[in-house]
Design a protein around this ligand. Structure first.
Ligand SMILES: *Cc1c(COP(=O)(O)O)cnc(C)c1O
Length: 351
């Protein structure tokens, strides 16, 4: 902080991204990336786009990419918006749909970017305590509020809610926008996309970063009523019209069209998750039921920090938060079977 900073950023506590080590020795299970490479068709499309055409701006409306998403999801292109990762879309959505004098509500334990956005954009917020089993406190998200944000499946717990629950939120909050952040939906949850025609207050946000193995390309998309999509466009075009570059548009569209590859990598991640969960439980760990590409894990006799540091010393990176409710928990991304074997071995050394 210094004298030149605006008042707006003086009080902000920004989001802390997971560590991206430069040396490659670590088994990296800390940022929920996919352990498998992107679709070969996506890589070909990116290479084909890396040519003379780069002297031109990209299509600000991302028409081909939106068409690929709309086709896959059975939507109209007017119901789809694309952005530079879903984080950017969430930032646009908070600005497009929420107001300072009304409280945005979300669960207390969820994606830690949400409170950063409410602070940064000067919005009111109410964080609702979790149920005792770490499931989402749905009833408490239904009262008076200025908007609702729900990660489904939730992060870092991995717990998903059913579509009946999402519908309950939409019906109970008809006058505000309900954002459903589906970053992890492809690993077992039910997508709320099928509710879009019926609920004009629903915005579903997804990403190419996790289930399509393209975290490095930075592409996300939102789906909802065309008027909500226009709201996002209004914010974007007040900041930067060209947020998704030519390589990203081409690569993401090809990845979305390669359904077979997508199905094979998400299946592998889910199989590895089921196996790892079983083994960790046999070793005495508590593991929450996950529908995501990570597990939320604790052990009754060892603190989260102790396990985090012990794993790091053995070359395994996982994620831990210094928050009272989840101090004794680790979020462990699902890697390859070999990665997870090394993780289990390292954890067993510590207990
Ligand atoms: C990873 C993640 C995102 C961000 O994804 P990007 O598209 O890479 O910006 C959004 N929401 C949740 C809950 C996530 O875990």
């Amino acid at each position: 902080m210094n004298q030149y900073w605006s008042r707006r950023i003086r009080d902000v506590v920004p989001y802390t991204p997971g560590e991206q080590p430069r040396d490659r020795k670590f088994i990296k299970l800390n940022t929920n990336e996919c352990p498998y490479p992107p679709s070969p068709k996506a890589l070909e499309a990116i290479q084909a786009a890396a040519g003379e055409g780069l002297r031109l701006y990209p299509d600000p409306e991302c028409l081909e990419l939106r068409a690929a998403i709309a086709r896959r999801e059975g939507l109209d292109i007017s119901q789809v918006f694309c952005g530079n990762g879903s984080d950017e879309i969430l930032a646009f959505a908070f600005q497009a749909f929420f107001d300072p004098e009304r409280e945005v509500v979300f669960p207390k334990i969820t994606y830690s970017f949400y409170p950063v956005y409410t602070d940064f954009f000067g919005l009111g917020r109410r964080e609702v305590p979790m149920n005792a089993d770490f499931s989402d406190p749905i009833d408490l998200l239904c009262g008076q509020n200025g908007g609702v944000v729900l990660a489904n499946p939730n992060a870092p717990t991995g717990i998903a809610v059913g579509l009946d629950t999402v519908e309950k939120l939409l019906t109970a909050n008809p006058d505000v926008v309900v954002i459903v952040d589906e970053a992890y939906i492809d690993f077992g949850g039910d997508s709320a996309v099928e509710l879009i025609g019926r609920y004009p207050n629903l915005l579903v946000v997804q990403t190419a970063s996790k289930s399509r193995a393209l975290a490095g390309l930075r592409v996300g998309w939102a789906m909802g009523d065309p008027e909500l999509i226009d709201g996002l466009r209004c914010v974007r075009d007040s900041i930067n019209s060209y947020t998704v570059d030519r390589l990203a548009q081409a690569g993401a569209a090809a990845a979305i069209e390669d359904e077979r590859y997508f199905q094979s990598i998400r299946r592998r991640v889910m199989d590895t998750r089921e196996h790892t969960e079983k083994v960790l439980k046999e070793k005495g760990f508590t593991v929450l039921p996950s529908q995501a590409n990570f597990l939320f894990v604790s052990h009754s006799e060892h603190s989260g920090k102790e396990l985090l540091d012990g794993l790091r010393a053995q070359g395994v990176l996982v994620r831990w938060w210094d928050k009272p409710e989840i101090k004794n928990w680790l979020r462990i991304s699902i890697g390859t079977d070999k990665d997870m074997k090394a993780l289990v071995k390292a954890l067993c050394e510590l207990i």
